[in-house]
Design a protein around this ligand. Structure first.
Ligand code: SAH
Ligand code: SF4
Length: 382
């Protein structure tokens, strides 16, 4: 088996070239051919010596993702499904806006965290993606779009690790992929335009701060532990107080940045005024330790197996107002690509039904909703 060069960040490629007896600057040239020009064929790389091109043909290849399908939304959003082998399918979504182009990338096939409101979580975990499988989503989308639009300059300006999977549970493969995104010889994206979204893997938040401090989004979804334990099971391991302390530490390595808290609005579960007030107290307590943050309220994308409902707009607006009146920057995420299910593992979920996790969750749901009812009733003073 020859090496897939998409698996290497620039340091990795330099080490590979050294093993072939080549100097580091050759790796830089090769890296630019791969990521800036989207080349797959060594014979195209005319500024590399013929002898090197021949060595590369014998020992390496550039293998992008295998497209299963493409879905184009009326609003310009594009969703691809990629086959990563053994029946696993992942998804990547491109969201064009007037001032930016955002690509939403997957980090795992499935996810082990098992959040109740997430269709990827309901599919269970299959495997970690390799660095090559992570970066090839950007490599493919960027060069596909350039070709389609007949443009030669950068189209994707922002990357969010918000597709399938928990990126910080695939840390060793994630970090080289992030480095390729940031590398001036790769995609040259600014640190603030690459966002890692996490359900809260505390030790890895600390490592990311040291290794590659990109923008951080934390999926909070609840203001207190009992409710968060139910919605995001990882909370039992890393409860809210520890998570917010990790966020404060993260910020000390990137002081001018905000942490974004994502909050999926679930009707009657976590969307009551009392929950918003609890969030305000939480942020104010941690704010004193120097945490600056903003909230992104996400309208829930319903799917039948979840047994949950999207909060209605007046509820979301009222919730946002409580946060904003307390001086917390709050946005409500626009739903994009609704007509192609371009959110959160939905289409890939239709393609495959893994391991009976759905049935297990359905069995637990009764208990979960019971638990939530108690919490809400307490909070509301009912
Ligand atoms: N595992 C990471 C990143 C992938 S999920 C994380 O949890 O942060 C990306 C975002 O989509 C998270 O904020 C997640 O909570 C949210 N999400 C998952 N399922 C959703 C759904 N059905 N509707 C709306 N948002 C959802
Ligand atoms: Fe995994 Fe994120 Fe989905 Fe939770 S929300 S199951 S962490 S992908």
């Amino acid at each position: 088996m020859t090496a897939n060069l998409l698996d290497f960040d620039l340091d990795g490629l330099a080490a590979f070239c050294e093993r072939l007896g080549e100097k580091r600057f050759r790796a830089t040239q090769l890296f630019r051919w791969i990521h800036q020009k989207g080349a797959t064929d060594f014979t195209q790389m005319t500024d590399l010596a013929k002898s090197l091109r021949e060595k590369l043909s014998g020992s390496a290849h550039i293998q992008g993702p295998k497209v299963v399908s493409r879905h184009d939304s009326a609003d310009g959003t594009i969703k691809w499904l990629f086959d990563v082998g053994a029946g696993d399918v992942i998804e990547t979504v491109f969201i064009p806006e007037t001032d930016r182009g955002t690509l939403c990338i997957s980090s795992q096939a499935g996810c082990a965290v098992g959040c109740r409101f997430c269709s990827t979580g309901h599919q269970g975990f299959s495997r970690n993606l390799t660095t090559g499988e992570i970066i090839s989503q950007l490599w493919f989308a960027e060069h596909f779009l350039r070709q389609q639009l007949g443009r030669d300059e950068r189209i994707i300006s922002n990357v969010v690790m918000m597709g399938m999977g928990e990126p910080l549970q695939n840390y060793s493969q994630l970090v080289p992929a992030l480095k390729i995104m940031l590398d001036d010889h790769g995609y040259g994206l600014s640190r603030r335009r690459v966002t890692v979204s996490t359900s809260g893997v505390v030790p890895m938040i600390d490592r990311l701060a040291k290794d590659c401090p990109v923008a951080l989004a934390v999926s909070l979804h609840a203001p207190e532990d009992a409710l968060r334990d139910n919605l995001v099971p990882l909370n039992k391991k890393y409860p809210i107080a520890e998570l917010l302390e990790a966020c404060t530490r993260y910020q000390s390595s990137a002081p001018r940045d905000f942490i974004t808290f994502e909050y999926c609005m679930l009707d009657g579960v976590n969307d009551q005024p009392e929950h918003a007030r609890q969030l305000v107290s939480l942020v104010q307590a941690h704010g004193q330790q120097g945490l600056s943050c903003k909230f992104n309220l996400i309208p829930f994308n319903p799917f039948p197996a979840s047994g949950l409902k999207r909060s209605d707009m007046p509820q979301v607006t009222a919730f946002a107002k409580i946060l904003m009146d307390a001086g917390i920057v709050t946005t409500v995420r626009k739903t994009r690509g609704d007509d192609i299910d371009a959110a959160c593992g939905q289409l890939a979920g239709d393609v495959q039904d893994r391991t009976g996790v759905d049935q297990r969750m359905a069995a637990q749901r009764q208990g979960m909703l019971g638990g939530i009812k108690v919490v809400v009733a307490k909070g509301m003073g009912v």
